[in-house]
Design a protein around this ligand. Structure first.
Ligand SMILES: [Zn+2]
Ligand SMILES: [Zn+2]
Length: 259
């Protein structure tokens, strides 16, 4: 049994066939899903899906790309919903910064500010964090430690294989592994995977993005976590069922839910 700890089921690309996508996952041992927050305009969609299905939960949060739309009171309105189980995805993403030096610094500063506010929100309500980090490992690490995020812990979703982030294991953080592990050019992640303590591994898709091999280029969906689990078990030289049991226990522990 697998829980897809990160899938954007409220994305437009699932609008037409969401019921089938979810059923395909349930039929294939993918028994639970978590919808992270990203663009606040899509949050009501996530709430609606979580209310409709058992074992589907959502998180409140604002992706660094959507920082202009950050509104703390809007997130706070939804955080007490019984199916809200985390804060995120939030974090730092320096992949598409403006070229101008001054604008670049302003962009980083704005990202950091809403990241800190979301860590504070998670601590206020005792919810774990779903963290998004791209090309910003050092700054993210510093903020998570300085803001004492260990009080609630969380997951580094789509873990980027940065060795410095392994330190966050000691701060209550988990490592979300997704379709990238199946890519032919995933050498860094394949090499670092055995260094992550097994009791800190989670599985995710980040659907509709990052579709595993051999479906790259197609829309990703929770069903494909089965391919991720298979590849992880192969790399770690474990039985897939054994790996899935450990990962399920990790997921229940972090999100404080029995799926
Ligand atoms: Zn992300
Ligand atoms: Zn995501």
């Amino acid at each position: 049994m697998i829980i897809d700890t990160h899938c954007h089921l409220n994305d437009k690309r699932f609008e037409k066939d969401l019921d089938e996508v979810i059923q395909r996952a349930f039929d294939a041992d993918v028994k639970g899903m978590i919808i992270p927050g990203a663009d606040p305009a899509e949050l009501p969609g996530a709430v609606e899906i979580a209310e409709k299905y058992d074992n589907i939960y959502f998180a409140v949060g604002v992706h660094p790309y959507d920082k202009e739309d950050f509104d703390l009171s809007f997130l706070e309105k939804h955080i007490t919903h019984p199916k809200c189980i985390a804060v995120g995805e939030c974090g730092l993403d320096y992949y598409r910064l403006p070229d101008d030096a001054e604008e670049k610094e302003a962009d980083k500063a704005a990202q950091k500010a809403i990241f800190r506010e979301q860590i504070a929100l998670a601590k206020k309500y005792g919810k774990p964090l779903i963290i998004h980090i791209r090309d910003a490992s050092k700054d993210s690490l510093d903020i998570l430690i300085k803001e004492n995020a260990r009080e609630v812990g969380g997951v580094l979703h789509c873990y980027n294989a940065s060795p410095i982030l392994l330190e966050l294991d000691r701060h209550g953080f988990y490592y979300g592994i997704g379709g990238v592990i199946t890519f032919k050019n995933a050498k860094k992640l394949v090499e670092i995977l055995p260094q992550i303590p097994k009791e800190k591994l989670l599985i995710e898709t980040d659907a509709p993005y990052l579709t595993p091999h051999p479906h790259r280029g197609e829309r990703n969906e929770p069903f494909y976590t089965t391919l991720v689990a298979e590849k992880m078990a192969e790399i770690l030289q474990m039985e897939r069922t054994e790996l899935e049991e450990i990962v399920l226990a990790n997921t229940q522990k972090l999100f404080n839910r029995f799926f």
